[in-house]
Ligand binder design. Structure first.
Ligand code: ZN
Length: 133
């Protein structure tokens, strides 16, 4: 039987919910993103908020994926969906953190769960493999 490929093309539109969007702007202190002069207030789970509170990222060209909750508020998707991006010299990189000692990557700032040293901010192209010891 012939597979009707045309139907497969409809799938992404269904997965992408109505209020779902990706917003790019400048991340500022207080969990806010300035998009074309408008301030969008960001919310999300704890692991996401930790990233927004990371002062190393304030002032950066930033992108978040989440759900528009109205009145200039956006709820960012769960950290496991990798909803946080940063533009470094025009390149879109995933926000992530790296422990130089254990070679462990995490997606939220703080101490390495293995050695308890502070992890380093290390934005990364998700298609590039991690460094090996
Ligand atoms: Zn470590």
């Amino acid at each position: 039987m012939r597979v009707r490929r045309r139907h497969l093309l409809l799938l992404p539109a269904l997965v992408w919910g109505a209020g779902q969007k990706s917003v790019r702007g400048k991340l500022i202190e207080g969990r806010k993103l300035v998009v074309a002069g408008q301030v969008v207030t960001l919310d999300g789970e704890e692991a996401v908020l930790k990233v927004l509170d990371d002062e190393r990222l304030w002032g950066s060209d930033f992108e978040v994926v989440g759900e528009d909750s109205g009145q200039g508020h956006l709820r960012i998707d769960g950290i496991h969906t990798k909803p946080l991006w940063i533009y470094v010299k025009g390149e879109r990189l995933g926000v992530s953190y790296w422990c130089e000692i254990c070679y462990i990557r995490t997606y939220s700032p703080g101490k390495c769960w293995c050695c308890q040293e502070e992890t380093k901010f290390d934005p990364k192209d998700p298609n590039t493999p991690d460094r090996k010891p």
